[in-house]
Each structure stands twice: as structure tokens, then as C-alpha cells.
Design a protein around this ligand. Structure first.
Ligand SMILES: NC(=O)c1ccc[n+]([C@@H]2O[C@H](COP(=O)([O-])OP(=O)(O)OC[C@H]3O[C@@H](n4cnc5c(N)ncnc54)[C@H](O)[C@@H]3O)[C@@H](O)[C@H]2O)c1
Length: 474
């Protein structure tokens, strides 16, 4: 029997709902954020040189730093690069290979996202290129080894979207517990189905987090604040946030958890980490959520577990094969079991959107652009994907005649002796060197250098057989 919808009764002359909503937003409370407010303003990150008394360095023999940004890099990143005085050209899309080759010849810096392929064939034309910024998480679109062997440093932004993923998980945990997606789909189809059977509050339930890294630990805090008990399993011993507890094995976690969320990297050991045996170890009526990588869950095994009712619901954001672009294409041609998956009840399917928020894109823009600036201006390789991580305390305004030498070289015996013979005519104030595979990175600050000496210094280093790339910043 249909019942009429009723308004919430008014209290003290104002609607109760209005009151509740307006009270929850307090403009004076700095924690309240308008969703459209700029969330991540360009900031000094932990690894950025302290700029106050820092001397701004410039690459020797380069008039202007030319930057090419492709694929609509976020405005936050563009702003930081322009503020440095670099010549920035920003294009909305990626470029076909022939056009990319033409453009890349001219620039010192390129910023891309996931679609631009920087293969060895493209990079061999990039004679001036010193650094690549991937304004995204993945870097498999870049030939990292070729880049390193040719003195081109690569940066990305692996963790800027951790919070976005964690928040999606929270939404999905509640949605699964309340069969929310199912009810919504039914009502979209005109079916009223008011049920409470099999619907739960999440308060007091146990969340089992597999992989307690950037995403897992954020999620842990959020889940506890909703009254959930949190346990986690990780191959590394890690201190838990708040009252969360590490368990010694995956099996232990699966036995105890009402909700299991997966946040491990894609590795040989994590392939099909959740398969038939693990699903059997889970509690009857438990829920599984995967926003890590598609290979981590054996999806045909999950389909069987859901069909049998063992698993009460699941949320998947990632798949072994994913369509190349938006539009139709999530079908059996992609993965043979797709239709079976789509027919399951209480299953939330999302198109790899865990990290896709305005805030995450903005944070990626800031993180990568700052890494590029720190590399171009200061030679810092912290967080680099394909080079050893090297950093030196910044030169200050009190050190006007100091010069910073960056020497990327083949990792072979005897190089440091030869380099220090060249640098030895000056006082080497500080020096750091490290290697990664075949490539080594040396950074040294030397004092009392006349500008007339810089060219000779540069040329002497360039003439060494071990040289991959020399940069002198002054
Ligand atoms: N869906 C999305 O849009 C999205 C967005 C960001 C990240 N991700 C994915 O989420 C996953 C987690 O990201 P993160 O930033 O938290 O990574 P992270 O590197 O910070 O954390 C991963 C954790 O997993 C642990 N781990 C590794 N192997 C393990 C194993 N065999 N068993 C248990 N624990 C193991 C590590 O010790 C680490 O603590 C990654 O696969 C990442 O690619 C997806």
C-alpha cells in the first residue's frame, strides 16, 4: 500500500532538515571546504628547497627554459611553471608521434599524462630534454631506461589521490551494507522495494584492510571515525593509526573482517591474491572491495562466490583489462566474464575512478610541477622514478660565487676521481653522489667560481668518456 511522503515537521519556525544542513556548514570553521574552493594551492612541499634565503639558480648556457605540456595538464601545475619564468606551451590533447617528435626537439621539459607515448624512438630526437613530468600515477608510457641512460629524469605523482580513493571506499562500504546501488537501480526502473533484510549499519563492524600504505592508512582513520573496528594485513610491520590492529596473516584478516578492502600494488605475489580459497576463508555474508589493481582479484572466482551467496556484495573499480577510452566497451570482448559480472546483485562497478577527483588532479599538478622546478633550478632528484635520489642543501644569498655542478654519468669505476680532479681547483663545499643501475648522479656545490671559469668547467666534464649529461647551475 503506497504511503504519502511527509514533510519533516518544523521546529521553532524553521524546517528541521534545513537547520541540520546549515548547522553542518560553518563558514568560520576552517575545516569546512566548499567543493569548488581551490583545495591545494601551490605550496612548499617537504622536499622543496627553502626559498626565503635560497639563491635562485639558473642553468648555464640556456636562455629560456622551454616547457611543453600535453593532455591538458592541470592549471595548478601550469601556474607554478609559468611563475618560474619558463616558456610554457600547453596543449589540450596528446600529439601523434610525428608531431611529438617535431615539438620535443626544442624543449627542456615535457609534461604529459597517460596517453603520450615517450618511446625511445621519440626520445632520441629530444636532444635538449632534461626532464619529463608525468602528471599522473603510472609511468609505463615512458621508456624509463632509455630516458635514464640519456640523462633525462622522470617524475610522477604516485600518492596525490590516496585520499580520494579512501573516500570512495567509505562511500562504497556504506552503499554495500545498505544495498544502496540495488535499490537505486530498482527505483530508476520504477520498482519500489523497501527492505531492511540484509541491510546493516557499519558501526561496530570490522573492516579488514589489505595493504596499509597511503590509501589503506587513510581509509583506516576514516573508517574508525565511523565506529568501525579496523584490522589490517601488510607484508611490512607497520604502526596502526588510532586503535587499528595489524594481523599476522591474510587468512586471519579474511576470517575476522565483515568488509575486506584491497590496497596492494600490482606484483607477482599479489596476482589473484583473492581467489577461491581466500573467498572461502571470508565470513559468510562478507563484502569485498577492490580499488587497487585488476589483477589482484580472481574475478571468475568472485562471481561464483557472489552467485552462491557466500559474498553478500562487492565493489570493483579496477579490472584486468580496461577499455582504452570512455564509451561502450565494458563487455565480454574485454574480459570473457564481463556479462556474468554485470548481472550480479549488490555489486558496485566503477570505471577506475578511485583517484579521479578535482582535488587529486590539482594536487598532482602541484606535486609534479614542483618536482620539475626543483630539478631544473636546483638539480634535486628526490622522488624521481628512474634516477637515484640526490639532494643538497640549497645555496644561499650569502654564497653568490658558488656554482652547482650536476654530472649524470655512466656507473663505471674511476669516474669520481676524474670528476674531482676537475672540481679540485675549487673548494668543494658539499657533494653527493648515488647510482641506480647503469646510471649515477653526482651533485656538487663549489665555491669562488668566476663566471668566466664556468664554461671551461662545463667543457672539461663534458669531455669525460663517462659523461651522460652535465649541467652547471649558477
Ligand atoms: N583506483 C584508483 O584509481 C587508484 C588510485 C590510486 C592508487 N591505486 C592503487 O591502489 C594500490 C595502493 O596504493 P597506495 O598508494 O596505497 O600504495 P602504497 O605503496 O602506499 O601501499 C601499498 C601497501 O601494500 C603493501 N603490500 C605490498 N605487497 C603486499 C602483499 N603481498 N600483501 C600485503 N600487503 C602488501 C605494502 O607494504 C604497502 O604498505 C596500488 O595498487 C595503486 O596502484 C588505485
Amino acid at each position: 500500500m503506497p504511503t504519502a511522503a511527509r514533510d519533516i515537521p518544523e521546529r521553532n519556525g524553521s524546517a528541521g532538515l534545513d537547520r541540520a544542513v546549515s548547522n553542518s556548514f560553518d563558514p568560520s570553521n576552517s575545516l569546512s571546504q566548499s567543493p569548488t574552493a581551490t583545495f591545494h594551492s601551490p605550496n612548499q612541499q617537504f622536499h622543496a628547497p627553502q626559498r626565503a634565503s635560497t639563491r635562485e639558480l639558473k642553468p648555464f648556457h640556456t636562455q629560456d627554459v622551454k616547457v611543453l605540456l600535453l593532455e591538458n595538464v592541470n592549471q595548478t601545475g601550469q601556474t607554478i611553471l609559468k611563475k618560474e619564468g619558463y616558456q610554457v606551451e600547453s596543449l589540450k590533447s596528446s600529439l601523434p608521434e610525428d608531431q611529438l617528435i617535431e615539438k620535443i626537439k626544442d624543449v627542456q621539459v615535457i609534461g604529459i599524462r597517460s596517453k603520450t607515448q615517450l618511446t625511445a624512438n621519440v626520445l632520441k630526437h629530444a636532444k635538449n630534454l632534461i626532464v619529463i613530468g608525468c602528471f599522473c600515477i603510472g609511468t609505463n608510457q615512458v621508456d624509463l631506461k632509455y630516458a635514464a641512460n640519456n640523462g633525462i629524469c622522470v617524475f610522477n605523482s604516485p600518492f596525490s589521490n590516496s585520499r580520494s580513493v579512501a573516500e570512495l571506499m567509505i562511500g562504497e562500504i556504506i552503499a554495500l551494507a545498505r544495498q544502496f546501488a540495488e535499490r537505486s537501480m530498482e527505483l530508476h526502473n520504477g520498482v519500489w522495494n523497501k527492505v531492511s533484510n540484509g541491510c546493516w549499519e557499519v558501526r561496530g563492524k570490522t573492516l579488514g584492510i589489505v595493504g596499509y600504505g597511503h590509501v589503506g592508512s587513510q581509509l583506516s582513520v576514516l573508517a574508525e571515525s565511523m565506529g568501525m573496528n579496523v584490522i589490517y594485513y601488510d607484508v611490512v610491520n607497520l604502526m596502526g593509526m588510532n586503535t587499528s590492529k595489524q594481523v599476522p596473516s591474510l587468512e586471519e584478516l579474511l576470517k575476522q573482517a565483515d568488509f575486506v578492502t584491497l590496497h596492494v600494488p600490482e606484483l607477482e605475489e599479489t596476482k589473484n591474491m583473492i581467489s577461491t580459497a581466500q573467498l572461502e576463508q571470508m565470513r559468510n555474508g562478507a563484502y569485498l572491495l577492490n580499488a587497487s589493481r585488476g589483477s589482484v582479484v580472481d574475478i571468475p572466482a568472485l562471481i561464483k562466490s557472489m552467485q552462491s551467496g557466500k559474498i553478500a556484495g562487492a565493489a570493483l573499480d579496477v579490472y584486468p583489462n580496461e577499455p582504452g577510452g570512455n564509451g561502450p566497451g565494458f563487455n565480454n570482448d574485454l574480459n570473457t566474464w564481463t556479462e556474468d559480472l554485470r548481472n550480479l546483485k549488490n555489486l558496485i562497478l566503477t570505471p577506475h575512478i578511485g583517484g579521479s577527483t578535482e582535488e587529486a588532479q590539482s594536487a598532482i599538478g602541484v606535486e609534479v610541477a614542483e618536482a620539475l622546478v626543483n630539478y631544473v633550478n636546483f638539480g634535486t632528484t628526490l622522488q624521481a622514478v628512474n634516477m637515484p635520489e640526490v639532494n643538497l642543501r640549497s645555496l644561499t644569498l650569502d654564497e653568490p660565487n658558488h656554482v652547482r655542478v650536476v654530472y649524470i654519468h655512466k656507473n663505471v669505476p674511476g669516474v669520481l676521481r676524474r670528476v674531482n680532479e676537475i672540481l679540485g681547483n675549487h673548494n668543494v663545499d658539499k657533494q653527493m653522489t648515488d647510482s641506480r643501475g647503469e646510471v649515477a648522479y653526482l651533485m656538487a656545490d663549489i665555491s669562488n667560481v668566476n663566471s668566466s671559469e664556468i664554461k671551461n668547467l662545463y667543457q672539461s666534464l663534458e669531455d669525460l668518456g663517462s659523461r651522460i649529461r652535465t649541467r652547471v647551475l649558477y
